[in-house]
Design a protein around this ligand. Sequence first.
Ligand code: WTA
Length: 638
Amino acid sequence: MSFQIRSFEAYQKAWGKSQDTPDEFWRDIANTFDWMEPFSSVKTGNFQEEHVRWFEDGKVNITANALDRHLPTKAHETAILWEPNDPNESTRKLSYTELSDQTCQFGNALKSLGVKKGDRVVLYMPMTPELAIAVLACARIGAVHSVVFAGFSAQALADRIEDAQAKVVITADEGRRGIKTTPLKATVDAAIANSTFVESVVVQKVTGADCQMESGKSIYWHDLIAGHSTICPPEPMDSEDLLFILYTSGSTGKPKGVVHVHGGYMVYAGYTFSNVFQYEPGDVYWCTADVGWITGHSYIIYGPLLNGATTLMFEGIPTYPDPGRFWEICAKHQVNQFYTAPTAIRSLMAAGTEPVLRHDLSSLKVLGSVGEPINEEAWQWYHDIVGQKRCPIVDTWWQTETGGIMISGLGGLSPQKPAHAGYPIPGIHPVLLDPNGQEIKENNVEGLLCIAHPWPSMIRTTYGDHERCRNTYFNPFPGHYFTGDGAKRDEHGMYRIIGRVDDVINVSGHRFGTAEIESAINETAGAIESAVVGFPHDIKGQGIHAFVILDAKSIHLTVDQLEQAAQNAVIHSIGKIACPDRIQFVTSLPKTRSGKIMRRILRKVAEGEFESFGDTSTLLDPTCVDLLVSGAKQLKTK
Ligand code: WTA
């Protein structure tokens, strides 16, 4: 494709052009896609206005670009290569023709359920090709997909279904991950028990387990598609029409529905995939994320398919049946680009080098990392053992809200430095600000990472609450998009991401707001108040440390019982993935006279730093710090 960058000099030129003449830069890239009606303006509005729009008045459908556009040349090439959880089951391959036919057929099936352009459809599915088909089918007919990670609890699912006012939920009987199966349909049933919006539930048969199929509401996928045509023209969408909502955590209790649209998201996902991974025709690309997160949206489904790539989808987990599974899959399918999270790398590192070295990884060309800062040790292991010192690593920094990769090396072209995401993608202008909003021009100083100019796949709104979007991202530093991350820039202009500066904890690359975990814990019988902070965790990047105040009535319970109750409360309201690693029962929290919790003290205690708390004179009760420390010491020795 004409926007492919093939040298570091070409990258520098592209970045320069994107800054000097941004409209021209993005127009050229956008014009490499198929538009049903051309756009006349490239960008309208800026960060200070209520809305920024891209390619306005153009008509487009992302699936026409991800599927139809490739049919003349790639009809029989593999679009999706699916590797099942159980290595003894067979791989599935869907050619571009098959993926297109199945998408169209399922699109028609959704229409038969009354799904129309603009309607929201929630997907709560395992990592099967049907998940990709369902995503694409929604986009095909102009419905808005909202994928909810299949590890979320019924309550978390219910919150998302209600917020999106979804008409249809698509799920499976059960999901399989390693030796575990999860009852997905039963969870959906619990989630929609009181829903007034959901009219139909479509159920993919994965394990064949019995599930309750209430007549008139639930229908099996295979029954629904029977008899539907495989022809379904793509719905002409305005460039700014909604493509999807993806819920993510912020610093308040309620998850926010990040909204992306057809035009700008398509252009940016396609552009970044091709350049960051340096994908070449015939390559096999594998991103190990789950489609329940943004990485799966942009770099399992849309980015690769927009480029006519072969994208591998894996149903299982890295350690099943053994910790060599990732490498076995790489060798089996001759994977060329491999994209995973630091958490996975760290946990596989712990299994030693033998499971890696046992497989032939000579096909690998580019390795990627995403979701959290990668520590130097993990970077080195990834580079030396997995990449055999041959493969460049792209450490890709981005967010659900940014839609695509923002700061990253371009595989093999850019200089690389362990633990540094590196240089911005062309079109992206990062800046570091101090807390007063002044730009930090010096190098090697930590600042608040902001983006100075709009880009095509930027968040459009938070679903149903535009004010929240403005307040979170655009009002803190007028004229900038605020990322919520802290970063440093070195003397060569390379960025190193330090981590979140807000009340968001990143556990194994998954974001949780401290407030949402706290409100879950506060539901526990006996819990009066809680405060949750992150602490450095060897494998997960950050672990969750919860401080909980109990009422006097709980005294008859054992600590184990109380811990269990608090953990169950989190599992119930969010899911196992957000379960605290440590629960410390306390009698008071370090509060200022105005009642605000001094979280930096809690962070220090959780980190095991028991001295030099700085100025604690504004605390209502400074002695509470000693109690916190002695409690934490006991936890440690447990
Ligand atoms: C963090 C995932 C360091 C960061 C794509 C960001 C990273 C949050 C990196 C977004 C990276 C993501 N290095 N930190 N390469 N990539 N992060 O929305 O804190 O799930 O704000 O998007 O993950 O998480 P999200």
